[in-house]
Design a protein around this ligand. Structure first.
Ligand SMILES: Nc1ncnc2c1ncn2[C@@H]1O[C@H](COP(=O)(O)OP(=O)(O)O)[C@@H](O)[C@H]1O
Ligand SMILES: [Mg+2]
Length: 244
């Protein structure tokens, strides 16, 4: 691939051709080839029209949440979510388009080795921050270079507590200082001293409501204040189903 053109540009401007459908997700999810000038790459296209309706999330909002999750990952500087854009002009309508990560689908959270499990603190904090209602074991991928990636962020950012995750490895542990500082810095970048959302929050508002952005900032502040990884809420289902 021509490295002078970045992945985001290809995702934003490339022409899409559908190559196949992933059968295991809950929504219509297509493997797509994206071509722009001399570059082609593979990406995962999730059209809003293919979203299964949910009682607790507004209709056709999941692809926007996928895109917001990428912006948050970048805003934190943690680089957890593959490059993701929102395309208004996908072949079957508006949807999210995310870089496809080559990985071994047989290697996932439930059989990660101890060292890989230890690498999941940023992932756990990210899920707490975005209020992920569906962190399954197979939605943490390890690419061929050994980097870990997080995927499937359609049901995130609700204003009410919805956290459901399989990753409870760090309950009660102090949040490492650098990660705590990262959360604090990010939250502070989104809101000014008068409580107004800043220009840095603007891109998020293309995909989330003001209330959802404010709720995220509040979750960051609470995490920083607590300074420890929380335990599962005993009064709510804390694990997704299925777990894998
Ligand atoms: N960026 C990605 N890179 C590689 N595989 C992906 C990516 N996104 C999705 N997949 C594959 O597609 C499957 C379905 O995607 P997922 O995001 O879980 O969709 P759904 O919203 O339908 O649950 C995943 O389990 C994974 O195998
Ligand atoms: Mg899924």
């Amino acid at each position: 691939m021509d490295t002078s053109i970045d992945v985001l540009t290809v995702l934003e401007k490339g022409s899409l051709s559908l190559k196949g459908e992933f059968l295991w997700g809950s929504n219509y999810t297509f493997l797509s080839q994206v071509a722009y000038e001399s570059c082609t790459l593979m990406a995962v296209y999730k059209p809003s029209r293919g979203e299964r309706p949910l009682w607790d999330f507004p209709a056709a909002s999941l692809a926007r949440r996928e895109t917001a999750a990428y912006l948050v990952s970048q805003g934190l500087g943690w680089d957890l979510v593959p490059p993701t854009v929102y395309r208004g002009d996908g072949p079957v309508g508006a949807g999210s388009l995310q870089l496809y990560i080559e990985h071994d689908p047989e290697y996932h959270y439930f059989n990660f080795d101890a060292a890989d499990r230890q690498r999941l603190r940023p992932a756990v904090l990210f899920d707490l921050l975005i209020n992920n209602a569906d962190r399954k074991g197979s939605h943490v991928l390890k690419d061929e270079a050994g980097k870990l990636w997080l995927i499937d962020h359609g049901v995130c950012f609700h204003v009410e507590d919805k956290l459901r995750t399989v990753i409870w490895d760090f309950v009660g542990e102090p949040i490492p200082a650098d990660l705590c500082a990262g959360l604090e810095r990010y939250a502070n970048s989104l809101i000014d001293s008068n409580g107004k959302l800043t220009a840095a929050a603007k891109p998020l508002l293309n995909y989330l409501s003001k209330g959802e952005v404010r709720a995220m900032i509040q979750r960051a502040e609470e995490l920083v204040q607590a300074g420890v990884f929380p335990s599962p809420d005993p009064f709510r289902r804390a694990f997704p189903w299925p777990q894998i």
